[in-house]
Design a protein around this ligand. Structure first.
Ligand code: NAP
Length: 468
């Protein structure tokens, strides 16, 4: 039964399993937002002077609270955006690992870096730059905020978060967790504002920089707002990852890896294997295997342990993906399985398998953010690489086969920020995440993630006579 707690606004929890509104939040007034940014700015003045030890203590505590509350938080993510509970709980554990990673390694990454120079001594001092605005999407409601918060709070920046409007409770609880972990007020704060208000915030002189994960239009708008004020931005945008299956690949393994990889989070993953690229000679055999796995997929309640495919994040998301599939069919693609909404309450779409996609169709180039498996075939490796690189995106990708030296050679020719051999594009705290082309710029996670929003300041010490 739905319980409306506050008056209608655009920020609300709608459970995609049944499309019932669970809770609504008021959008913050400009005055409230102004106060929050002011507090974050004040907090920066002292947070930047705290020791790495103190910051690490807070981050470790955040990690420990996340682990203790993983069931509760997992249920919240599932309630708000529909993903399988087991995936939500895994996500919370991953976040705890990312917080621990930066708590354990941040001081080492940001230690003064000596430089070779002809005279005297020189080094880089990594200094925090101020209040960061972090704009994040709903598809991994805890992970997306973690990978921007953990390195930056460790580096001494403070952060205001504008999360996606459909995951307000996940957004708010993260602020609560920071406070419970001992972070001073203002170090990490949630903002309840709609996406259209973000540009105004980017212009605020107290905001030092902005980081956005989301769609290309949102990224372009934020990057241009930041550029016009000479502020740094990082963008993690969409992707349409190729997954190249080599001639020598085990087809059973390849079928399992690609189907489960594609159905993960109901296909709403920026680095999902969205375009599987297979030797033409293997098509019939491989399709039989893929179809057999599709036949076993259980679509349903994301809270149930044996569900394989969850609803999409919202009614609109399900409608949009169904429309993309319908358009592909209209343009001549072969929808082998699925393609339709499921006749039940909730944002459900049938797991879908499409073949025979040509460059004349939109589906050949665009990102489909749902449980849609697209199979392409190739005659030789050059053609496989050409198909892999045929989109404007450049996020992740995979090469799957036994000859891993050959796979690495192919990986080098794929125009993306990440290529995994024998695995779908994955996530680990110590490995960088990010793309090229229209998938954005900048990196999160790994040592690279902590250098995005610090001032690498040169300090050079010489004898004054060196100038003459
Ligand atoms: P979206 O519409 O761009 O939303 C993402 C965030 O940006 C939300 O907080 C949204 O707020 C805000 N936003 C929307 N329009 C904005 C604007 N004009 N100016 C400033 N902020 C704005 O993205 P989505 O469709 O929900 O998310 C899916 C996309 O994100 C996919 O393309 C996916 O591939 C990509 N993604 C990329 C990565 C990566 O790491 N590269 C990871 C996850 C997802 P509201 O909710 O209030 O509109």
């Amino acid at each position: 039964m739905s319980t409306v707690v506050k008056k209608a606004s655009s920020i609300k929890t709608v459970n995609p399993f049944n499309n019932e509104t669970v809770k609504e939040f008021d959008v913050m007034s400009n005055e409230q937002v102004d106060q929050i940014i002011g507090r974050a700015d004040q907090a920066f003045k002292s947070w930047k002077k705290t020791s790495f030890e103190k910051r690490a203590q807070v981050l470790h505590k955040v990690a420990s609270i996340l682990r203790t509350k993983k069931e509760e938080l997992g249920k919240l993510a599932t309630l708000e955006m529909g993903k399988l509970l087991k995936e939500s709980i895994y996500e919370v554990e991953l976040c705890a690992n990312i917080f621990d990673y930066y708590a354990d390694n941040g001081a080492k990454f940001l230690a003064d870096h000596p430089l070779d120079t002809a005279h005297g001594k020189a080094f880089l001092a990594y200094e925090p730059i101020g209040v960061l605005l972090s704009v994040q999407p709903w598809n991994f409601p805890f992970y997306q905020i973690t990978r921007s918060a953990a390195p930056n709070i460790m580096a001494g920046n403070t952060m205001v978060l504008k999360h996606a409007s459909n995951v307000p409770q996940c957004a708010q609880i993260m602020e609560d967790i920071f406070l419970e972990a001992g972070a001073p007020k203002g170090v990490y704060t949630n903002l309840f504002i709609p996406g259209r208000d973000v540009e105004r915030l980017v212009a605020d002189p107290r905001i030092a920089a902005v980081s956005l994960t989301g769609s290309e239009p949102a990224g372009a708008s934020i990057a241009s707002a930041a550029g016009s004020k000479v502020k740094k931005s990082t963008l993690e945008l969409g992707g349409s990852d190729p997954f190249i299956i080599m001639e020598d690949a085990d087809l059973d393994d390849a079928a399992k890896t690609t189907v489960y990889g594609r159905m993960w989070n109901a296909g709403q993953v920026c680095v999902s294997p969205k375009r599987v690229i297979l030797p033409e000679s293997k098509k019939a055999e491989f399709l039989d295997k893929v179809k057999a796995i599709f036949g076993t997929l259980k679509v349903g309640d994301p809270l149930e342990a044996d569900t394989d495919v969850a609803p999409l994040s919202s009614e609109k998301a399900a409608e949009d993906v169904a429309a993309q599939v319908a358009k592909a069919a209209e343009q001549g693609a072969n929808v082998v399985i699925g393609g339709h909404r499921i006749d039940r309450a909730g944002a459900f779409l049938e797991p879908t398998l499409i073949t025979d996609i040509t460059p004349k169709m939109d589906a050949y180039f665009e990102e489909i953010f749902g449980p849609v498996y697209m199979l392409h075939t190739y005659k030789n490796v050059d053609e496989a690489i050409e198909i892999a690189n045929a989109t404007e995106f450049g996020l992740g990708g995979s090469v799957f086969g036994k000859d891993t030296d050959k796979a690495v050679e192919i990986a080098r020719q794929i125009d993306t920020g990440m290529v995994y051999i024998n695995h779908v594009t994955g996530i680990a705290p110590e490995l960088p995440f990010g793309g090229t082309k229209n998938s954005g710029y900048g990196r999160e996670q790994s040592p690279a993630g902590i250098y995005e929003f610090v001032n690498a300041k040169l300090i050079r010490v010489t004898d004054s006579k060196a100038l003459y």
